[in-house]
Design a protein. Structure first.
Length: 195
């Protein structure tokens, strides 16, 4: 079993979640990251082939997470069953996601704010809800890009044009921007996503 070392701001897995690793030969975080990234590339190919537009519901949110991590984690596509250092209480995830999706549809219909602002708020909400044991940031970024490209017909975000999985300046700027959004200041996140 791999001993997990988490990058800054990552949500640690509990022991039951850690045991959900399907690839028992993995012994380092770098190997895990590579397998997860290979699986995410499959998800990107699937999105490119299918170009889904009906994405604002619990089933699609779960399906995308499952496709992103199904070859690595037994619990891929299943909501977490424990509370974490971030996110809604685990037993409120479905309700929070339904409210977020309903709010997003309503905002699209009303066109009150720019599509970038709408997508930033969607992303922040999905990260805050934190529905899964792991992969929430990557999942939320891919959901947001899918919303932008397939629903809003806008270019996807550049997300700081750096690596957000590993510790470093780009990840720190991203986490700082998310924390500002936690305090209702979305300007740093708005600036970050298009740099």
């Amino acid at each position: 079993m791999i001993e997990f070392v988490y990058p800054e701001g990552a949500t640690p897995l509990d022991s039951d979640e850690s045991e959900g690793l399907l690839l028992t030969h993995i012994s380092t975080r770098a190997e895990l990251d590579r397998w997860e990234q290979d699986n995410i590339l499959e998800a990107l190919e699937w999105l490119d082939r299918t170009k889904p537009t009906d994405i604002l519901d619990e089933q699609f949110i779960k399906k995308l997470h499952h496709i992103m991590f199904r070859n690595v984690w037994r619990w891929a596509g299943r909501f977490r069953c424990s509370d974490k250092n971030i996110g809604e209480p685990w037993d409120q995830i479905s309700t929070s996601l339904r409210n977020m999706c309903d709010d997003t549809r309503y905002q699209i219909e009303l066109q009150i704010e720019s599509y970038d602002e709408l997508a930033i708020r969607f992303h922040h909400s999905l990260v805050w809800i934190h529905p899964f044991p792991n992969g929430n940031g990557r999942h939320a970024r891919l959901m947001t890009d899918t919303l932008l490209q397939n629903v809003l017909k806008c270019p996807k975000f550049t997300w700081g044009s750096g690596n957000l999985v590993k510790s470093g300046d780009t990840r720190k700027r991203y986490l700082d921007a998310l924390q500002s959004a936690d305090r209702y200041d979305f300007i740093p996140l708005q600036e970050f996503v298009r740099t």
